[in-house]
Design a binder for this molecule. Structure first.
Ligand code: S3P
Ligand code: PEP
Length: 499
């Protein structure tokens, strides 16, 4: 049965006496037993923002089915519109996800990209690193700026690489936002060497636009590390699907042939990185969470969760497009190199903080440059609840300790909010600051999480956040633990930090 309890804007899960409305501080719901639920989530941020850029540079209109509607993707769409691209809501195309995630986006490229505009990057790495190469193809100046936190994110490689390609940029001596790209309508292209140690997005941003450069691009990375390789593979796969020839003659080198980008209708996969907190809930509460819409093949790094969560003690099974994570044998510490999937780190570290033995997560020095310094933020917040987390140069050492409630700061970071919610499942009195920050990639997060924890068995909670009448995302709450599921977290010392 469909119910709309959680879609009511003034729904208050804490009872009639508690305040309703946009309280920025959110009492993270505590699980009183194993959570058993089925979850469906909206589209991937990384896929939506790549396909928006590629569709804008293509040789004809492209339809994006089930795109993510969130702050990061709205900023991308608005920025492309201001460069002259038309992006309209259209009725969903027939297909398995038709209408489930609201209207499709129809992207019609401009005859000529126009500058003389300002791009608000918000805090979106994909907007600030993917769009300057596109702006270089426009005619006229394009100013790039963003949130205060965005002005701290590294941009030196974007600035220097475009300059090496002959593009005029005025950054007033800064290596960060704001800066102005003076697009001349074309980029000659050629061969350049960059250092993408602090973000794979520098590579993806150049590759996405490179087939539109007169001579294409040969890009070489030279630096101490190259994080988030799956995201670069996602870029290459998206380009190949549109007929662009991309090769990687050796690790850290990519060559993009000049030529047209084909128009293409694309169905956006659900966001598997945003699945992390929901799947973690199964592990933390000894319950069972099924994610519906898990792609058979994907370049999303969130797919690694199916291999990562068993390292902590979860059982993972798969039937068609349903991936089920079941907890119950406790949570065990892990030693893990997470360089391929730094964006999964906040959820992974939150799980590790509730484990029965220490964990060391390495290979993630670059996440100091994400929405916030995630190594410092995770250490500060877990330690603030009584934990024992030590910052390493490129990671964290987590020695689980009994945790107690308190304010969990989020630093404008959606995944810090997810991490606080995970810990709040097992610890009384965790209050997550500024839960609205989750709108960066999943505006429905709090509603879905409340449905997961407070939902009445057998009922379905849906949210319809920004598309009237659309079933944007949902949680089905099951009546009983899955067969073989363990006792409630309250009764399981391994998931219940003592206090
Ligand atoms: O290209 C992308 O869509 C992304 C690449 C990664 O960036 P980093 O390489 O900076 O970690 C990832 O963490 C980010 O969430 C999204
Ligand atoms: C690092 C992230 O975002 P961004 O795309 O802004 O870099 C993230 O979503 O975890």
């Amino acid at each position: 049965m469909l119910i709309s309890r959680y879609s009511a804007p003034d729904f208050n899960p804490y009872g009639d006496s508690a305040p309703v409305g946009p309280d920025p501080d959110w009492a993270a719901p505590r699980a009183r037993g194993p959570l058993v639920a089925t979850v469906a989530l909206p589209g991937s941020k990384s896929l939506t923002n790549r396909e928006l850029v590629l569709a804008a540079l293509a040789d004809g209109p492209s339809r994006l089915a089930a795109p993510l509607r969130s702050r990061d993707t709205t900023l991308m769409a608005d920025a492309l519109r201001s460069l002259g691209v038309t992006i309209e809501d259209v009725p969903p195309a027939p297909g398995p996800a038709a209408g489930r995630f609201g209207p499709d986006w129809l992207v019609t490229p401009a005859d000529e990209l126009i500058g003389s505009t300002t791009v608000d990057c918000g805090l979106a790495g994909t907007v600030m690193r993917f769009l300057p190469p596109v702006a270089a193809l426009a005619l006229g100046p394009v100013v790039f700026d963003g949130d205060e936190g965005a002005r701290r994110r590294p941009m030196a490689t974007t600035i220097s690489s475009l300059r090496a390609l002959g593009v005029d940029i005025n950054a007033d001596g800064r290596q960060n936002l704001p800066f102005t790209v003076y697009g001349s309508g074309s980029v000659e292209g050629g061969e350049i060497t960059i250092d993408a140690s602090s973000s794979s997005q520098f590579v993806s941003g150049l590759l996405l636009a490179a087939s539109r450069f007169d001579r294409g691009l040969t890009l070489r990375h030279e630096g101490e590390r190259l994080p988030s390789l799956p995201h670069i593979e996602m870029t290459i796969a998206a380009l190949s699907a549109r007929g662009v020839t991309v090769t990687s003659p050796e690790p850290g080198v990519w060559a993009v042939e000049p030529g047209p980008l084909a128009a293409l209708d694309v169905a956006i996969e659900p966001d598997l990185s945003n699945a992390a907190p929901f799947l973690a809930a199964a592990l933390v509460t000894g319950g069972s969470v099924t994610f519906v819409g898990w792609p058979a093949h994907t370049t999303q790094v969130g797919a690694h969760l199916a291999a990562l969560l068993p390292l902590f003690g979860a059982a993972v099974s798969r039937e068609g497009d349903r991936l089920t994570v079941t907890g119950g044998s406790g949570i065990h510490g892990v030693d893990l190199d997470l360089s391929a999937g730094g964006e999964l780190a906040p959820a992974i570290v939150a799980i590790a903080a509730l484990a029965d033995s220490p964990s060391t997560i390495t290979g993630i020095g670059h996440i100091r440059h994400h929405e916030t310094d995630r190594l410092a933020a995770l250490a500060a917040e877990i330690n603030g609840l009584g934990g024992n987390v030590t910052e390493l140069d490129d990671g964290l050492r987590i020695e689980p300790r009994p945790l107690s409630g308190g304010l969990w700061h989020t630093y404008h970071d959606h995944r810090m909010a997810h991490a606080g919610a995970i810990i709040g499942l097992a610890v009384d009195g965790v209050v997550v600051e500024d839960i609205a920050t989750t709108a960066k990639t999943l505006p429905e997060f709090a509603a879905l999480w409340e449905a997961l924890v407070f939902g009445e068995p057998g009922q379905r909670a849906v949210t319809s956040v920004d598309v009237a009448g659309a079933d944007v995302a949902g949680v089905d709450v099951a009546g009983a633990p899955a067969p073989g599921a363990p006792a409630p977290a309250d009764a399981d010392p391994s998931t219940e930090p003592p206090r």
